[in-house]
Design a protein around this ligand. Structure first.
Ligand SMILES: Nc1ncnc2c1ncn2[C@@H]1O[C@H](COP(=O)(O)OP(=O)(O)O)[C@@H](O)[C@H]1O
Ligand SMILES: [Mg+2]
Length: 224
């Protein structure tokens, strides 16, 4: 279970003042849930996802995953946990552009210390799952937007994470690619993974079991 307790996030607003982006957010996400996080641009969706993904600190409040308070752990403990348990699909991909698709997907397994033979098996399995086996040897920079997103998903799932965080995974994609990515996320949900997907598309949000809207620094449960 993921538990956000009284999360506050304050940023400097650039004019010497501060702006409260998350204003005492409380949220409970059960194992195996597929949650869509919606809201206007600037409403704090990415900030909340980054906090849950242990990529950003809170100003105050706690993130409990598997009953442990990750805000009070060291960076090293956080990154080890992230590597083993969390797959992050970034809006802007963050693929290593000069590396092949294969190498990009293999990187988290190298970090996790998985032996080469096992790495190969898992990379190939994940590339197959996202339909990217034919592009395994292509440099990331030569891929289309949809292909980059699929490579990004393969990289996010290669360590078999229990939690998948996806930030606008279809933000830059056409309808056909969007449907493909959303079906992949539903497959992952059916494998009992917990998914939190940020989206501004109501159609994409309809794939989720639960919708949470962000507005004015607060979260609101929406009835599906
Ligand atoms: N590192 C930062 N420093 C200052 N302001 C930030 C920072 N990150 C995000 N913000 C501000 O926080 C607000 C919410 O951003 P974000 O979480 O990216 O929203 P969303 O993903 O919903 O579009 C925006 O106004 C943004 O400018
Ligand atoms: Mg965002």
């Amino acid at each position: 279970m993921i538990l956000c307790k009284d999360i506050v996030k304050v940023f400097p607003d650039g004019s010497g003042c501060t702006s409260t982006i998350l204003d005492c957010v409380n949220l409970e996400i059960k194992d195996g849930e597929f949650v869509a996080l919606t809201g206007k641009s600037g409403s704090g969706k990415t900030t909340l996802l980054n906090i849950i993904g242990l990529l950003e600190d809170t100003t105050s409040g706690q993130v409990l995953i598997e009953n442990q308070n990750w805000q009070e752990k060291t960076r090293k403990e956080q990154s080890l946990f992230r590597n083993q348990k969390i797959g992050y699909i970034f809006q802007s991909f963050y693929l290593e552009s000069e590396y092949s698709v294969y190498k990009n997907v293999e990187l988290p397994l190298i970090v996790a210390g998985v032996p080469r033979k096992e790495r190969k098996k898992r990379v190939m399995e994940c590339l197959d799952k996202v339909g990217m086996l034919p592009k395994a040897k292509s440099k990331a920079k030569l891929l289309s937007g949809g292909e980059k997103q699929r490579a990004c998903i393969a990289r996010a799932i290669v360590c078999n994470p229990e939690i998948i965080l996806a930030d606008e995974p279809c933000g830059n994609l056409d309808d056909a690619n969007t449907t493909r990515i959303m079906e992949l996320l539903v497959d992952l949900k059916n494998e009992k993974r917990t998914i939190i997907m940020v989206t501004h598309s109501m159609e994409d949000a309809d794939y989720a079991d639960r919708k949470i809207a962000m507005h004015g620094g607060k979260v609101y449960e929406e009835n599906c």
